[in-house]
Design a binder for this molecule. Structure first.
Ligand SMILES: [Zn+2]
Ligand SMILES: [Zn+2]
Length: 284
C-alpha cells in the first residue's frame, strides 16, 4: 500500500553531483527572481504518488546545506527512458548558491534529527516552521514590492498571482537603476532611510518610463519612485505619468485647502518645486 499523498515534499540534491535545474542553477535562480518561475526535473525514487501542485521545498546538500528554494510539482511523476521516476517542478523562489537558509537552523527549529531524504513528506507543523524561517530569510532585494508575499511564506491557497511589469522587478536592472539614480523618489524626494531608518534603508520601487516589450535601459528607462508616487503614476491611462508630471501634481495639489502641512509635507513640496524649476531650466 502506498503512503498518503503528501501536501508538501522536500526535494534535495547535491550540486557537486547533479544540477536539477533547466539551464543550470544560476540561470534558474535568475529566472525565478525575474519571472517567479524556474523549471527543474527531479528523481522521486519510490515517491510516485505526488499530485500535481504539491508544495516543494528545495534543499541543497554539500558543504553548506540549506533550504534554497520553494515551488511546486507540475505534473504526476513519470518514467524516463532510463526507467527512473522523475517529476517536473517549478520554483517560485530560488536563491543563488551561497544564499541558502542554513540547514542547522532548520534542524534546530523543526527538531529534525537529520535532513530528510529527497522526496520525504513535510508535515504541516514543519511546513509552518519552514514558512516562518523562509519569510525571515529571503532578502527583500529579491522582492522589490513588499506587498507581494514571499513565495512559500503563505499557504498557496491564500495567494493569487499578481501581474507586474517584469522589468520593474528585475533585480539586475533595479541594481543598475538605483546605482545611478539613488534610492530617493524621483518625483517627491522621499527617502525610506531618512524617514524609517536602517530597516528600510535602500528600499524604493522602480518605475519603467515607457512601456515597451524588451528590457529598458536601466538609467534612461527606469526611475526610482516611492510607492505613493508609483501608484499615482499608474493611475493615469493609457500612459503612466512621468516624474515631472508627478511633481507638477504635487506642486499644485500637495495639500488640501485649509489643511496644515507638517514639516515632511512642506519639505516634499519644496523639493518638488525645486525640481520643477530645474525641469524648466533644462527644457529647450
Ligand atoms: Zn514619491
Ligand atoms: Zn511603474
Amino acid at each position: 500500500m502506498s503512503p498518503a499523498r503528501p501536501d508538501a515534499v522536500l526535494l534535495a540534491w547535491d550540486p557537486e553531483l547533479h544540477d536539477r535545474w533547466a539551464g543550470g542553477h544560476r540561470t534558474a535562480a535568475e529566472a525565478a527572481a525575474v519571472r517567479g518561475r524556474a523549471l527543474g526535473y527531479w528523481p522521486v525514487g519510490r515517491r510516485r504518488n505526488l499530485a500535481p501542485g504539491t508544495e516543494a521545498w528545495f534543499l541543497i546538500r554539500g558543504t553548506r546545506p540549506g533550504i534554497i528554494g520553494h515551488g511546486a510539482t507540475m505534473a504526476m511523476p513519470a518514467v524516463d527512458e532510463t526507467g527512473q521516476w522523475f517529476v517536473t517542478v517549478t520554483a517560485d523562489a530560488l536563491l543563488p548558491a551561497g544564499d541558502q537558509l542554513p540547514l542547522e537552523q532548520v534542524l534546530r527549529e523543526t527538531g529534525w534529527q537529520q535532513p530528510p531524504p529527497s522526496g520525504a513528506a513535510v508535515q504541516a507543523a514543519d511546513v509552518a516552521v519552514l514558512r516562518r524561517l523562509w519569510q525571515a530569510h529571503l532578502p527583500f532585494r529579491l522582492l522589490p514590492d513588499p506587498l507581494l508575499a514571499v513565495p512559500g511564506s503563505r499557504p498557496p491557497a491564500a495567494l493569487r498571482h499578481a501581474a507586474v511589469d517584469r522589468w520593474e522587478h528585475d533585480p539586475e536592472l533595479r541594481r543598475l537603476c538605483l546605482g545611478y539614480h539613488g534610492t530617493g523618489c524621483a518625483a517627491c524626494g522621499f527617502s525610506f532611510e531618512a524617514t524609517y531608518g536602517p530597516l528600510a534603508g535602500g528600499y524604493i520601487q522602480v518605475h519603467r518610463l515607457d512601456p515597451g516589450e524588451g528590457a529598458p535601459d536601466p538609467v534612461s528607462g527606469l526611475v526610482p519612485l516611492c510607492p505613493n508616487c508609483h501608484a499615482v503614476a499608474h493611475l493615469a491611462r493609457p500612459d503612466a505619468l512621468s516624474p515631472a508630471e508627478l511633481r507638477r501634481l504635487i506642486a499644485e495639489h500637495g495639500h488640501l485647502p485649509g489643511q496644515t502641512l507638517d514639516d515632511g509635507q512642506l519639505a516634499a513640496r519644496e523639493f518638488a518645486g525645486r525640481l520643477l524649476q530645474a525641469d524648466g531650466e533644462a527644457a529647450p
